[in-house]
Design a binder for this molecule. Sequence first.
Ligand SMILES: [Zn+2]
Ligand SMILES: [Zn+2]
Length: 169
Amino acid sequence: MRTCCKNREIISTNATLLCLFFYLFYLCAMKNEQNIFDLLSSYGIRKTNFRIELLRLFLQKGHGLSHKDIKEEIQCMPDKVTIYRALDTFLEKGIIHRVPDINNVSKYALTNTTSTQSQHNHAHFICKECKKTFCMSEIQIPEVRSKNGFAIESTKLVLEGICPNCNSN
Ligand SMILES: [Zn+2]
Ligand SMILES: [Zn+2]
């Protein structure tokens, strides 16, 4: 009888822990969802299901994404025009920016909203193994002064090597 009660107690504790775990997981998911909504609002971007999915993908991945990457990752994929339009809007509003790619494919990455410095004035890192492009927001490109009448319009700094993930494999 005693053992039975004890077992019941253990089962009940486990069930409580499991409920708590799911509740925390739910809270976390809701907070992420709210962040996505807030981020879209702060950039003045209309919230459609696809744009929410697209932003979620950029937030999850943390590296540059091409059209192909987006197509492979998002389940309910709309037509090509919708994808291009959403990316154009994101670019125009500055929530994403173009990043260099090892094969010169168009790739985009999320703009670092916490950085106070110029958002596009940072270095990019291309991994030679996985071919992913990462924003190096902490590495700012130094200002280059023009000489002999050359009008510099933009400067780029691309670093190549092996990313931490490939390095550990
Ligand atoms: Zn890599
Ligand atoms: Zn970047």
